[in-house]
Design a protein around this ligand. Structure first.
Ligand code: ZN
Length: 285
């Protein structure tokens, strides 16, 4: 078991609410790079056991946490992957994972500010699966082994940009700067009693907006990994935003405003806290 953090740009492991610099723990300076750490996630189980006999770098509370996986090569998003969310969106259930891209430059940390690109910006609490091993055409029953762990993610979405034109193209409306807060930790799969049944929620300005469990995913994490890897090679550090449950703003006619704080939570993983600030919209054409 391990919890991988990004503390001030360096990979760290979390133990007992403290962080431990991974390069120091391992005596391997190359493991300071969070992307190197994800690519060697199999070693993190053993390294995590060294924390108990090592002086910590400091408490996790108050540390400057960045995204555990700051520069993924590929970031997949899955649309309409909870029945109740497809229902509130007035959409049919997809016959296969409805896949789009969040461009990797939108990935942000668990406490970063989110500059709003307009008046119709929405929240989407999601579990994010992080690939640990390069895989191609992995079978469903071997797919969890390709996953380094799970994080929380916010698939922040500018609905106006997302739904412009026909057919609509999701990628840009979900890729403004900081529209992909992630973290707070990358939590190994064996940390969960059942990795296919994790509670997650979202609060906006202290109001509970979303609450569900990943056991209600239409396409499970192993199915997503198997399906995506049947098309494209998956690489260590690739992210899969697995889809959001019901309760988004679009279905409520209520969107994010500057000053509001979005708290995204999940069992075992922890919480993201992201404050919305004024931002810049797309070029008017
Ligand atoms: Zn989403």
């Amino acid at each position: 078991m391990y919890r991988l953090l990004n503390v001030d740009g360096r990979a760290a492991l979390e133990d007992e609410a403290s962080w431990f610099d991974l390069a120091d723990l391992s005596d391997d300076p190359t493991l300071a790079d969070p992307m190197a750490a994800v690519a060697r996630s199999a070693e993190l189980h053993d390294l995590s056991e060294r924390c108990a006999s090592t002086e910590p770098g400091g408490p996790v509370a108050g540390a400057r946490l960045g995204p555990p996986v700051p520069t993924p090569r590929q970031v997949f998003g899955i649309g309409l992957n909870y029945r109740a969310h497809a229902g509130e969106s007035g959409m049919d259930l997809p016959p296969a994972p409805l896949t789009f891209t969040k461009f990797p430059s939108c990935i942000a940390g668990p406490h970063d500010e989110v500059p709003l690109s307009g008046a119709l910006v929405d929240w989407e609490a999601e579990l994010v699966a992080v690939i640990g091993t390069e895989v191609s055409a992995v079978p469903v029953d071997g797919a969890w082994e390709a996953v380094a762990g799970l994080m929380l993610g916010q698939d922040i979405s500018d609905r106006e940009v997302q739904l412009t034109g026909s057919p609509a193209q999701f990628c840009l409306g979900k890729s403004f700067a900081a529209y992909g807060p992630t973290g707070p930790a990358l939590v190994s799969v064996d940390s969960f009693a059942d990795p296919d049944d994790i509670g997650l929620w979202c609060e906006v300005a202290d109001e509970r907006m979303q609450e569900s469990r990943s056991s209600l995913l239409i396409f499970t994490v192993p199915t997503l990994v198997a399906y995506l890897s049947s098309v494209t090679t998956l690489y260590p550090g690739d992210l899969i935003f697995t889809g959001t449950p019901s309760g988004v703003g679009m279905a409520r006619g209520r969107y994010l405003a500057p000053g509001e704080v979005v708290v995204t939570g999940a069992e075992v993983i922890g919480e993201l806290r992201n404050r919305c600030v004024p931002g810049r919209g797309p070029l008017a054409l």
